[in-house]
Write a protein that binds this ligand. Sequence first.
Ligand SMILES: NC(=O)C1=CN([C@@H]2O[C@H](COP(=O)(O)OP(=O)(O)OC[C@H]3O[C@@H](n4cnc5c(N)ncnc54)[C@H](O)[C@@H]3O)[C@@H](O)[C@H]2O)C=CC1
Ligand SMILES: O=C(O)C(=O)Cc1ccc(O)cc1
Length: 365
Amino acid sequence: MSSFTAGFIGLGLIGGSIVRAMKYYYPDCRILAFNRSRSTLDYALEEGIIDEALPSINEAFASCDYIFLCAPVETNASCLPLLKPYIKEGMILTDVGSTKTDIHAAVEKNGLNRFFIGGHPMAGSEKTGIRNSKRILLENAYYILTPTKEVDPALVEKYRELVISLKALPLILSCEEHDLSTAAISHLPHLIAASLVNLVKNSDSKKQTMKTIAAGGFKDITRIASSSPEMWEQICATNRDNILIMLNRYIESLEDIRKELTDRNKEGIHNLFAESRDYRNSISDSSQGSLPKSYSLYCDMVDEAGGIAALATILATNGISIKNIGIVHNREFEEAVLHVEFYEEPALKKAAELLRKYRYVIYER
Ligand SMILES: NC(=O)C1=CN([C@@H]2O[C@H](COP(=O)(O)OP(=O)(O)OC[C@H]3O[C@@H](n4cnc5c(N)ncnc54)[C@H](O)[C@@H]3O)[C@@H](O)[C@H]2O)C=CC1
Ligand SMILES: O=C(O)C(=O)Cc1ccc(O)cc1
């Protein structure tokens, strides 16, 4: 893709990460940005990741090929009337908001359907602000696109290609499917994390024993309770109905657990954990936000001296380079296995095929 001009409204964690990736993969692109606080823009200019800091939503946006709305979701919708005079044919108007039905309704109300392709990178963190932004945040993360029915399919293809070139994984969904799915996998979990943290805060003793001994499990499932209250208040307001559907189902499941505990139903509790373990273990970790993708296979160890050397020789004589090799002992495999990592996917595929021919038992994860 030849170079382009992109305008940003809101330049925090997500906006900042997108401009970093754009500047890295398209050094000639021109980036304009407006942000509520001027210090953010000064920082972005110093970092060399934007070309122009705008004092307001003004006519400079008319020169853009893409406009990205990267503020909290309700704020994004409130910018549309101010932006409307500067939107012209062929432009792609998009957002990165965590909810989609509401912004689609606002776009329609402003008569901008022909230009709008909703966007939502499924990557991020509990941190906020441009200082936490990272070029690789989007890498290997799903990037959901919700085009309107009126937008030209050629623009959708152009945006898909941009997303791919920034190393994310585009996935087209309707805004309804998006909002129900994210209510379950993101919005309700954030509410649960926040309420669990507050439960502990309100149940702890004066000497704060609970806080002191809080261990890995509690910290793992409550990291996202440190997220931005401004952002999450707006997400909850704009996806209320779907979150309520999931919250009601969740309360029912908690009531089932309460009954099983009250009735001392050991089998019920065992089944709860067995079912959740099996499903959790089936969730792929291949799309993991900012973690780079790993091209790995696992191989049953041959129980004889020189086993690793034999396998490495087969790969080397077939011109396949190994990035990393080592023995793993973990709960996923009954016995120890050999973990072999490659630099790219074709090498992984070729190695798996070759080793199977030599009768190795191969697992690809
Ligand atoms: N934090 C995350 O992990 C993810 C967030 N999102 C979505 O991305 C959007 C941005 O979130 P973050 O970058 O995390 O938040 P952030 O708080 O890091 O950045 C938001 C930026 O918008 C600016 N802003 C706020 N009101 C403004 C206004 N009226 N005009 C101009 N600028 C304004 C803020 O100064 C800040 O720089 C939200 O819509 C959120 O739902 C999407 C995926 C992941
Ligand atoms: O920090 C995490 O694990 C997140 O879940 C980040 C996140 C927050 C909001 C989104 O819309 C998408 C991703």
